[in-house]
Design a protein around this ligand. Structure first.
Ligand SMILES: [Zn+2]
Ligand SMILES: [Zn+2]
Length: 264
């Protein structure tokens, strides 16, 4: 995060899919840095209720007098899809995945963004300033002669609401496909290539092909794969196998910047 200039103070919500070490060992380091920077805002952690058991003793050990900010724990539901967070801009859902221990995926849906008024149309129909907000909010415009100018003719949307889903770790399972349907961008683990298909199944992980099958069935815009097993020198085979099923697939590398729903 330091290397890529990502502001620590901007992070207020952290979503933890499950309590395997590779998904939670970094947390205490991050929290310590936040403490060092004198963080004041609450930090919201969405995770299995047991996370507190793992984290609290570490915080207690390092900071017997307490830390500068409050941690708010939000336990996840591993049985069904749930709305877990909402503000003016975004809704966040958790949904169960199929892993060795209780695991959730997450879906982030941007809320509809109000459209902009088209300047030429404002001039053309001489729309008074006092009526402009109503039109932005969805109303039609009625001219002095009684002609109705539909809202759609007067406004333009910057972009359609964007969506992103995160699935790690899991083995292929039809049950969560509906939860990621039509997202612009899907991150899905692809721990193994097809040479370790059986191992993927027994360890509750996915192959590149599995992740692409989810992307295809859920009709997503773009697929990003990651969480590669260290046994592979590179991810080319896994990526090629995924692309054979779902062509718009990329293998993630540290520092990549991915735009959601832009030109895909
Ligand atoms: Zn795991
Ligand atoms: Zn993992």
């Amino acid at each position: 995060m330091r290397k890529y200039n990502i502001g620590f103070s901007k992070i207020n919500h952290i979503f933890i899919s499950h309590l395997h070490g590779d998904h939670i060992f970094g947390l205490i380091g991050l929290l310590s840095t936040m403490e060092l920077l004198g963080r004041k805002n609450d930090l919201h952690l969405f995770a299995h209720s047991e996370l507190q058991k793992f984290l609290s003793p570490q915080i207690q050990f390092l900071y017997p007098d307490g830390i500068t900010f409050k941690i708010v724990y939000h336990p996840l539901n591993f049985k069904k899809k749930q709305l877990i967070y909402e503000d003016q801009k975004v809704s966040v859902y958790s949904f169960p995945l199929s892993h060795r221990i209780p695991t959730c995926g997450f879906r982030f849906d941007e809320k509809p963004i109000p459209p902009n008024l088209i300047p030429e149309k404002l001039v053309e129909y001489q729309i008074p300033i006092r009526q402009r907000q109503q039109i932005k909010d969805g109303e039609d415009f009625i001219t002095e002669t009684g002609q109705i100018i539909p809202h759609a003719e007067l406004t333009i949307y910057k972009h359609k609401p964007r969506s992103f889903a995160f699935c790690s770790d899991t083995r292929f399972d039809e049950s969560y496909i509906e939860s990621v349907r039509n997202v612009d961008l899907l991150y899905h683990e692809a721990t193994f290539a097809s040479d370790n298909k059986d191992l993927a199944h027994t360890t509750y992980h996915s192959t590149g092909e599995d992740s692409a099958k989810v992307a295809l069935k859920a009709e997503v815009g773009k697929l990003i794969i990651g969480h590669f097993s260290a046994r592979y020198k590179d991810h080319l085979i896994t990526l090629k196998e995924a692309q054979a099923v779902f062509p718009n697939t990329t293998a993630i590398a540290e520092g990549d910047v991915i735009y959601i729903g832009k030109g895909d």
